[in-house]
Design a protein around this ligand. Structure first.
Ligand SMILES: [Fe+2]
Length: 375
């Protein structure tokens, strides 16, 4: 019998392929233009332990008494040692508070620059210039006045003219995280405050990672998020202003009128070597490399993760002359807009490095266990 020919070709329809539309490339890497200059994490030498202080919560915050005057740290013989330790302490505790300070605006600028420099600020980075806030612009990097008036006019992060959430938590953010090279540290001194209200809260984004399963955390390490503040164009227009297209805002990469940037969702802090969630709710944060539906789910999860875990947060009640200095790479913060009276003060903020995720980065809790330390 003749063999059956098996060469007949069948016409098979290819399986229908669905291509999911994803926004952004989650694997893009930084250009490396603005890298932190530290060779490795810094050790806290303990030079500030002699001043009266307490840890505000186990997770976040240290408060110093008025025997520590920030103005004196600048004048001390071992000024660099003290201020380097201050930078390390702030990065480890997230935020430090100082009562009854006599530090002037100029001294705030000097101190802020020195903290950033000793913590490895890239040579191209300088003081932060906000694209919209009052008292900035072409006048250069002066201290920035914060006031309740700006928020009431709708010029601030609460976006009172926009159709956005009216919940108080919507303002949680990391300073200028919409910049390609955002802030490393910020300092705020409140001079005038209402009899009650206007507290500020911070969230420790290192400790938030302990609330995530290891497998979920591994997935988050592959993602990036869009930090977007292009709503400031409308806010500026409401006040007869425009966002400058040419002014350099603290780093040559921070120029132009596109106020948005993609950053790793898990960010390594070069000062501590610890990883933190870097998710700035106040600036939108479209998660990249996932579908819109997945983005919504993740955004809701990350928001609840930050806002519901109050064991990772601290709330500070200001007095006239109080100063707070915090690390923007590993904390979120928000003022509480629950007052009608005047609240004003001075702010100094510096631009740090381009955010990155390092596979060498450690989880804070594991690092502390290995070091045998509480914080
Ligand atoms: Fe802020």
């Amino acid at each position: 019998m003749a063999p059956i020919a098996l060469t007949q070709t069948e016409s098979v329809s290819p399986a229908q392929v669905h291509t999911l539309k994803l926004k952004g490339d989650a694997t893009e890497t930084p250009t490396g233009v603005a890298q932190n200059t530290l060779k490795g994490p810094l050790e806290y030498k303990g030079t500030l332990e002699e001043y009266s202080h307490f840890e505000v919560t186990p997770s976040i915050g240290r408060e110093f008494g008025s025997d520590l005057q920030l103005s004196q740290l600048l004048k001390a013989d071992n000024s660099d040692d003290l201020i380097r330790d201050l930078a390390v302490l702030i990065s480890r505790r997230g935020v430090c508070f100082f009562r009854a300070q006599d530090v002037s605006q100029d001294e705030m600028m000097q101190l802020q620059k020195k903290i950033s420099t000793l913590a490895g600020q890239p040579k191209d980075s300088n003081m932060c210039i906000h694209p919209v806030s009052e008292n900035t612009g072409e006048m250069g990097a002066k201290t920035q006045l914060i006031s309740a008036e700006m928020q009431r006019k709708g010029g601030g992060i609460m976006r009172l003219h926009d159709d956005v959430s009216r919940w108080a938590s919507r303002a949680f953010h990391s300073d200028v995280s919409f910049e390609k090279v955002p802030s490393d540290y910020s300092m705020l001194k409140v001079n005038v405050l209402p009899p009650s209200g206007g507290d500020t809260q911070w969230i420790n984004c290192y400790d938030i990672l302990d609330k995530i399963s290891p497998s979920m955390l591994e997935y988050f390490k592959t993602l990036k998020a869009d930090h977007n503040a292009n709503f400031f164009h409308q806010e500026a227009a409401n006040h007869g202003k425009t966002v400058s297209k040419t002014m350099i805002r603290g780093n040559p990469l921070n120029v132009g009128d596109d106020l948005s940037a993609h950053h790793p969702l898990i960010r390594t802090n070069p000062v501590t070597g610890w990883n933190a969630l870097y998710y700035s709710y106040g600036f939108g944060s479209r998660i990249q490399g996932v579908t819109y539906d997945e983005h919504l789910m993740l955004r809701d999860y990350l928001t609840q993760l930050c806002l519901n875990n109050f064991d990772c947060s601290v709330r500070f009640r200001w007095e006239a002359g109080s100063v707070a200095i915090w690390d923007n790479r590993s904390t979120l913060h928000s003022a509480t807009f629950d007052y009608a009276e005047e609240r004003s003060g001075d702010r100094a903020s510096s631009i740090g490095e381009q955010p990155y995720f390092s596979p060498e980065g450690k989880q804070k809790s594991e690092a502390l266990r290995a070091e045998g330390k509480k914080w």
